[in-house]
Every structure is written in C-alpha cells, then in structure tokens.
Design a protein around this ligand. Structure first.
Ligand SMILES: Cc1c(C(=O)c2nccn2C)oc2cccc(OCCCNCc3cccnc3)c12
Length: 397
C-alpha cells in the first residue's frame, strides 16, 4: 500500500494551467465574496447531480458551502472555476479541501475533491478530466499528492463501495413525490404507522453539542474511529468546524442549520455523540411539493461495548442513539434520514427501519494504492453485512 506515481516535488509541476478552449478561462473562485458564492450556488442548483429519473436535484446553498468548502486550513486556490471569457458566466466548478487521511496504519496528507459540476450545455466535451488535472496541479504545487473523492459512477478501482439507505420520516410526502412506493397489499396508513416515531428522545443526558465539548468529543471520536481502515483525522479546530458548523451558523434557528450534533453527558462525562447534516433536494415538476428535506448521518461515537468482544452491546447503544437522531430530525420536519452502510451503520439500519436504496457510493483514492476496504455490504448480494461491517470511517458530503 502506498503512493503510485514516482515521487515529484512542486518544482516539477507546471506554474500555468493547461490551455482551455479559447472561449473559456480558468478562474479562482473567491467564496468570501457573496456574488461569487451565489454564482457557485446557482451553477450547482441548475446543473449538479440529479437522480437517474431526474426527479430530484441537490439544493446546495451558500450556507452549506460556508461549511463544506471553508473548513480550517481551506485554500482559495482549491476553489477552481471556468468562466466564459466574453460574459464572465461561471460554467464549471471543482473544489478541494485539505484533509489528513489515515489509510490503515498510514497517515496520508491529502485533499477531498467534491462538487465537480459542468454546465449541462458543456457536457461530453471531455472538460471533467481537464478540471481534475487543473485542481491536481494546484494541489501538487502545495506538495500534496493524494486525494479522496466519491462518485456514484463506477471508475477504475474503488477502494470501497457503500450502499445508500433511507429511513422515511414523512412517508406520505415521500410517496407523493415519487420517492417511496406502496408495496402490494399494504395500505398507506399501514406504511405511515410502520414509520411512526415517539415525539421525544429517550437517551438520558442527551443535549446539543457546544464547542466547549470538543476535547472530550475528539478523544471519543479518535478511540471509536481507531477500528476503521479509511479515516479522516481531525484537529480540535476541524472537529469544532465539522460538528458545530461555521461561526456564521452559531446563532441560526435549528431549521436554518446545515449541521447538528448531539452529545450524551452523564456525570460530567461525554459517553456518546452523533451528528447529521441537512441538505435538501429540489423536487422537479411535482404539483404539491418543490422541496424534499433530507438529513444525512454524519459522524458519531460511543464508549459502549468497547471491552465486549461481540457487537451486541454496541448495536443496542447505537440503535438507541440513532433512534433519537430520527426523533430529532422528524421534529425538525425532515422528510427522510439517509445513511450509508459505512461506519458501524449495518448494526442498526435494519432495526431502525432504514430501507436499502438502489444506488451505491464508491470511494476512490487518487495516487494511492490500497487494498480494498469493506463497505458494509456483501460484495455478491449487496445486502447489508452486519457481521464484517465496514472499514470506512470517513463521511464525504
Ligand atoms: C445522495 C443520496 C440519496 C438520494 O439521492 C436521495 N435520498 C432521498 C431522495 N434521493 C434522491 O440517498 C442517499 C443515501 C445515503 C447517502 C447519500 O449520499 C451520500 C453523500 C453523497 N454526496 C456526494 C454525491 C452526490 C451525488 C452523487 N454521488 C455522490 C444519499
């Protein structure tokens, strides 16, 4: 396991980007400028990933990018755009954020690449590889040679593949927007009853995380993630950013937030935490709804079941914790709670009535050869694998 390419230095890397078709120019996006942040938001709003039957499109917001693209150590040069020279119109974007990965026992300084988006009218012009090459050049210039990225598409050699799973919170709305279907022989009220949840959480000592919790939460996170093979290592500042959100979100209403984290404190000690991020979908051509409110399971940890050999204690604790996350998100009027089969999720997905999605998320390492990491599913049947679980600890937005 290790780097693939011959070792190079920044001096070996060109100072100038590769040429673009002559109507276009490379730009560095300044996300500290509201107008440029809005241009990225509307490019993705119109042209980013949709589901295969184009029913939903991600509705990323400036507030989400304040969080996702400006973590501690972020670099402006990693926010790469392509503009039309004559009009200045933004027609493509790709981003990177610095990240210290651990791949099994190796620490790998890298970047996480995300939000590659090309205007619909510029597709299949081989622009994506050009964007990837340019952000690689900029990252290499800073003496970083590895990257982590995910994609629904199958590209050469994923290091891991996880499955999408969904837990309906507002089943009726999911049915009406065409995401959930009514199984034969089952009535709508039976489906609504199946997904009913208590109106309040049940874990004693559960409360919202505050930055002052960071020392204990980081220690718990590091201990809990030690078992995984593909992990994002955090400094304390990074943990506060990723779990408590950017300073700009501090005094927002809950439903305005992009990230929410909860801790369990018992006699002054934090024994567990969980977190989820909020990223809605625009519902395309539906008469009744134009938006689907979605929560995504993010990082969590518990000190339960550390010493016991079998996962029974851990499974019970996680079911109870994430069960509370479902209650919290339902009360925030979230419609569906999404999770992958990564982390220890396969221990509670079935119990909490998550349904298997029909899509998969592939994890890729750039310029790093690693043995495959378990994705929480059986490679043949693609069914959940609660026995071997997953070796993927990192969560990509
Ligand atoms: C996206 C997504 C969806 C949906 O598409 C979805 N849920 C409800 C309705 N829809 C259409 O369901 C998931 C379940 C787990 C993790 C997920 O995503 C994990 C993070 C992926 N982000 C990066 C990305 C984006 C698009 C394609 N590949 C990767 C998802």
């Amino acid at each position: 396991e290790g780097p693939i390419d011959s070792v190079k230095t920044p001096a070996d890397i060109p100072d100038e980007p590769s040429p673009l078709l002559n109507d276009f120019e490379w730009v560095t996006i300044d996300l500290d400028r509201m107008d440029e942040m809005k241009q990225v938001e509307s490019l993705l709003y119109e042209h980013y990933v949709e589901d295969q039957d184009a029913t939903f499109r991600f509705a990323y917001s400036s507030r989400f990018f304040e969080w996702a693209l400006k973590p501690p150590g972020w670099r402006r040069e990693y926010h790469v755009g392509v503009r039309v020279k004559s009009t200045g119109k933004l027609v493509a974007f790709i981003s990177g954020i610095p990240s210290l990965l651990r791949v099994r026992e190796n620490k790998v300084p890298s970047v996480e690449i995300n939000f590659l988006c090309i205007h619909k009218k510029l597709r299949s012009k081989r622009l994506a590889p050009v964007l990837i090459k340019e952000i690689t050049r900029r990252v290499n210039k800073n003496d970083v040679w590895q990257a982590l990225y995910t994609s629904g598409a199958v590209l050469p050699t994923p290091v891991s593949t996880c499955r999408y799973t969904h837990r309906p919170l507002n089943w009726e709305k999911l049915y009406e927007v065409g995401f959930s279907s009514l199984p034969a022989g089952v009535t709508k009220s039976q489906m609504i009853a199946k997904y009913a949840l208590p109106s309040s959480t049940k874990t004693s000592g559960l409360r919202k995380m505050v930055p002052e919790d960071a020392d204990q939460v980081l220690e718990l996170y590091n201990r809990f993630q030690a078992k995984y093979d593909l992990v994002q290592e955090f400094t304390k500042d990074e943990l506060v950013h990723w779990l408590c959100g950017p300073d700009t979100q501090r005094d927002l209403e809950d439903r305005e937030k992009v990230i929410m984290s909860y801790v369990v404190e018992q006699n002054g000690k934090i024994t567990d935490f969980f977190s989820f991020y909020l990223l809605p979908f625009t519902v395309l051509n539906n008469s009744k709804y134009d938006r689907l409110n979605v929560a995504y399971l993010f990082y969590y940890a518990t000190d339960a079941g550390f010493d016991s050999r079998d996962d029974a204690v851990l499974a019970k604790r996680l079911s109870s914790l994430i069960g509370d996350a479902l209650v919290v998100t339902k009360n925030l009027k979230i419609d569906v709670f999404n999770a992958l089969t990564s982390q220890d999720n396969t221990l509670f997905l079935k119990d909490l009535k998550f349904g298997n999605g029909d899509a998969f998320l592939n994890f890729y390492l750039f310029n790093y050869k690693a043995f495959p990491v378990r994705g929480g599913i059986d490679p043949e049947t693609k069914e959940l694998d609660p026995v071997h679980k997953s070796g993927v600890g990192v969560v990509m937005l």
